[in-house]
Design a protein around this ligand. Structure first.
Ligand SMILES: Cc1cc2nc3c(=O)[nH]c(=O)nc-3n(C[C@H](O)[C@H](O)[C@H](O)COP(=O)(O)O)c2cc1C
Ligand code: SF4
Length: 393
């Protein structure tokens, strides 16, 4: 395995769709005892790659304290600008399944699930599972994830595994303590699981060779917009401009962290949680949408806000009333409406925040505030009846 340590640097260069190539490239599942894996993940500093960036070792430790635990690999990827989980599941299903088995071993799971959308990802996973029955300690049940934005939120994932509609819900207890049918439940993004497998194979020092000291490792990023859409694996801390090298037009800003993310106009900003704190951002689930100089930022912001308003489950007040009002305000702003609109949008963002059963209103509020801050000059231009992209409005 030592020779491999020097060749493999991340997930995509270890990817192999079939078991024979996967075993030749990566070897078998590197089984661990719970304490060993938790210690290695802690030393490696692995954080979740599904959006919130929570330390993985801590969640596994909490779930391992309970009995009859459930483990779920979350490959829902409801974010429309994200392809990274799909790419990983199709190109490297065995890496994800290795990580799922290791997580199951670590928490002494009684049941293991993989939550993926119907299509090529589910097909790849089913084919991979059929190949590895003799290797796996735990059988894995594949559960279908619907294709809407909130279907991958943790409580929606739990609901789907319980056989209910995949909608977020207010939960009195945290999922690691009481998730599926009240049992301790580990929900981990599929990329997080693949990194877990590679840390178990090659060790924390290998993982820490890339990324920053505070946020080690690589992450998968889906780039789109003013650059050709694709999935790249980069070290955490890579400057935004380096990630977007290859753009054929001048770039105005990039939406970092997906539709719940924030606009970043300084392209020298490193893509790390720490560096994005000053602009209220985060790397989220690794989605970067580049905006060039000839498209209107306000129109892009209005389009995203309308999409987000349409994606809520309309179960809670902020989503039923607040998000549609926010979407209408952002649309009116993009259409060159009155001077009171930015303040109205800010007030609506304040009103919806922390009032939903899940983080959807908060993510939408964050996106709107960031749009108002970064496109301040465009707001002024629109109110004068002009636009950087007259045709784009
Ligand atoms: C609206 C919303 C949608 C989400 N969608 C996904 C998703 O598609 N996939 C995912 O892994 N996490 C998603 N998350 C984050 C999950 O709630 C959860 O934090 C994550 O699956 C935990 O895995 P991780 O710790 O490995 O990142 C979403 C969160 C929110 C608020
Ligand atoms: S806050 Fe919105 S998206 Fe979340 S559960 Fe309530 S209605 Fe659904």
């Amino acid at each position: 395995m030592t020779a491999l340590v020097h060749k493999i640097t991340g997930l995509l260069d270890a990817a192999a769709p079939d078991l024979a190539t996967h075993l030749a490239r990566n070897g078998p599942v590197p089984w661990r005892r719970s304490a060993a894996l938790v210690g290695e993940l802690r030393e490696a500093g692995l954080t979740g790659r599904g959006g919130a960036g929570f330390p993985v070792w801590r969640k596994i430790s909490t779930v391992a304290e309970g009995r009859s635990a459930v483990v779920i690999g979350n490959g829902a990827e409801g974010e429309p600008a994200s392809d990274k989980d799909h790419t990983l599941l199709v190109r490297a299903p065995h890496l994800v399944l290795d990580g799922l088995q290791l997580a199951a071993e670590a928490v002494r799971a009684a049941e293991v699930y993989l939550y993926v959308p119907i299509g090529p990802a589910a097909d790849a996973v089913r084919a991979a599972l059929a190949e590895r029955t003799q290797w796996d300690a735990m059988p894995v049940t594949v559960v279908t994830a619907p294709g809407y934005f909130v279907a991958g939120q943790e409580s929606a994932v739990v609901a789907a595994v319980e056989g209910r509609p995949a909608l977020p819900a207010d939960r009195l207890e945290l999922t690691p303590r009481a998730g599926v049918h009240g049992r301790p439940t580990l929900v981990q993004n599929v990329e997080t699981l693949a990194h877990t497998a590679q840390i178990a194979r090659y060790g924390p020092a290998w993982f820490r060779r890339r990324g920053t000291a505070e946020e080690p490792g690589t992450f998968l990023v889906t780039v789109s917009g003013a650059v050709p859409r694709g999935v790249r694996e980069v070290p955490i801390g890579v400057p935004l401009g380096e990630l977007l090298a290859g753009a054929t037009t001048g770039l105005r800003a990039a939406l970092v962290g997906g539709y719940h993310g924030t606009w970043v106009s300084d392209l020298s900003t490193p893509l790390s949680r720490k560096a994005l704190v000053p602009v209220g951002g985060s790397i989220g689930a690794g989605v970067v949408i580049a905006l060039d100089n000839v498209h209107c930022g306000l129109k892009a912001a209005a389009d995203v806000t309308r999409y987000l308003a349409g994606q809520s489950a309309r179960q809670c007040g902020p989503c039923r009333n607040g998000l549609p009002a926010l979407a209408a305000t952002m649309t009116a702003l993009a259409d060159g409406g009155g001077p009171d609109l930015p303040e109205r949008a800010r007030k609506l963002a304040d009103l919806v925040e922390r009032r939903g059963a899940c983080g959807h209103p908060d993510g939408t509020a964050r996106f709107v505030r960031s749009s108002l801050a970064v496109f301040g000059d465009e707001i002024a231009r629109h109110q004068r009846g002009t636009c950087v992209a007259r045709s784009g409005r």
